[in-house]
Ligand binder design. Structure first.
Ligand SMILES: Cc1ncc(COP(=O)(O)O)c(C=O)c1O
Length: 383
């Protein structure tokens, strides 16, 4: 018998590889996107409380009502949209699962999904497993803006879905409200759905407001908006997130979700509901919290030969290494940095189908303690 892979081009992800390499080399791990600092104590205490209180059996498939209610309150407060917690909010085991389920709900064999490169690595396998094909449209350098003409040119009668991500991993770029208007105009007369990956919705800096699809009346009608409690509450390992979508889309998402994982973890949902209700200041303080980390890291990086523009959002900072090792491609650079210089980073080319030839960028994650950022900054400044 011959086993024929359905995903022949997929190997171990770069995030796993670089984190392994960082551990082997004893390097400071600024590669994979997760905090190295503690999660909020009240959230952890709530999780322990609910574990011990016996909240250890299946939650409702759609998510705990009290957590869905908290999400609906947040969406109303932040984006001015009143959503029905029963029919428009679904709690999921991580944004990745949500994106996978939404793609399976929408894409049929032969359909096309447009992704904007560089993009998060889970989008394409999800589309391929549904029998679809990803059409890659590159964002414009240097600021990773959408090239609206190129996006318009990529649309065909087979286009069923566009995946957008703002704040954007890996670049930190933001879509503005005007960008969302452009997108709405582009797909207005077409049968094209939208997945809006907004897992970094609270990590937007310099006083700018996040332009959510939830605040866009027209786009919301055809969108799955995906977020991640993991990113927002410093608990990436909890793999818990949510999707907000109009009732008809939510119904289709749930049909898939109930046969992929069925539910998210019960005691963690209780803990998140408690924490959201009791600590609204967490979200309010998050932009300043991460902006301080960005500014600290960028101040250190300014003393190095890397060139960069401070990230407008996310907890990632891109840096151009042309002045340091122009002889290395970005994968070699990330390995050299990790093995020889003790700081692990992610090469940006891995987020592309066809990376620009002259691109020399690596991505550092600044969701780290001050000591980690200072120690890494010192090593990078010495290059
Ligand atoms: C753009 C983007 N989308 C989705 C995810 C996945 O989030 P989760 O851990 O909740 O599945 C990540 C995590 O790194 C991400 O960067």
């Amino acid at each position: 018998m011959q086993l024929i892979s359905k995903l022949p081009n997929v190997g171990t992800t770069i995030f796993t590889r670089m984190s392994q390499l960082a551990a082997e080399a004893g390097a400071l791990n600024l590669s994979q996107g997760f905090p190295d600092f503690a999660s909020p104590p009240a959230l952890l205490e709530a999780a322990v409380r609910h574990l011990q209180a016996g909240h250890n059996q299946y939650a409702p498939m759609t998510g705990l009502p009290r957590l869905r209610e908290q999400v609906a309150l947040k969406v109303a407060g932040l984006y001015g949209r009143r959503v029905d917690a029963d029919n428009e909010v679904t709690i999921v085991p991580g944004a990745t699962e949500a994106i996978f389920c939404a793609v399976q709900a929408l894409i049929r064999p032969g359909d096309e999904a447009i992704v904007l490169d560089p993009c998060y690595d889970s989008y394409e396998p999800a589309v391929e497993l549904a029998g679809g094909r990803c059409v890659h449209v590159p964002l414009q350098l240097p600021d990773f803006a959408v090239d609206w003409q190129r996006l318009a040119d990529a649309i065909t009668p087979r286009t069923r879905l566009i995946l957008i991500n703002s704040p954007h991993n890996p670049s930190g770029a933001l879509l503005s409200a005007a960008d969302l208007d452009q997108l709405a105009a582009l797909i207005r007369e077409r049968d094209i759905w939208l997945i809006s990956d907004e897992v970094y919705e609270h990590l937007v800096f310099d006083g700018v407001a996040h332009a959510s699809v939830l605040a866009h009346a027209e786009l919301y009608q055809r969108a799955f908006v995906v977020s991640s409690f993991g990113k927002t509450y410093h608990v990436t390992g909890w793999k818990t997130g949510y999707v907000v979508a109009p009732p008809a889309l939510t119904a289709e998402l749930r049909k898939v979700h109930q046969f992929v994982t069925f539910v998210a973890v019960t005691p963690l949902q209780h803990a998140l509901a408690d924490f959201m209700a009791g600590h609204p200041e967490h979200i309010a303080e998050l932009p300043a919290f991460y902006q301080a980390k960005r500014d600290l890291f960028c101040a250190r990086l300014a003393a190095s030969r890397f060139s960069f523009t401070p990230a407008p959002g996310t907890y990632f900072q891109l840096a151009d290494y042309s002045a340091i090792r122009p002889d290395l491609n970005d994968v070699q650079m990330a390995e050299w940095l990790t093995r020889e210089k003790g700081v692990a980073a992610i090469p940006v080319s891995v987020f592309y189908q066809q990376p620009p030839t002259e691109m020399r960028l690596v991505r550092f994650c600044f969701a780290k303690r001050e000591e980690t950022l200072c120690a890494a900054g010192e090593k990078l400044a010495a290059l």
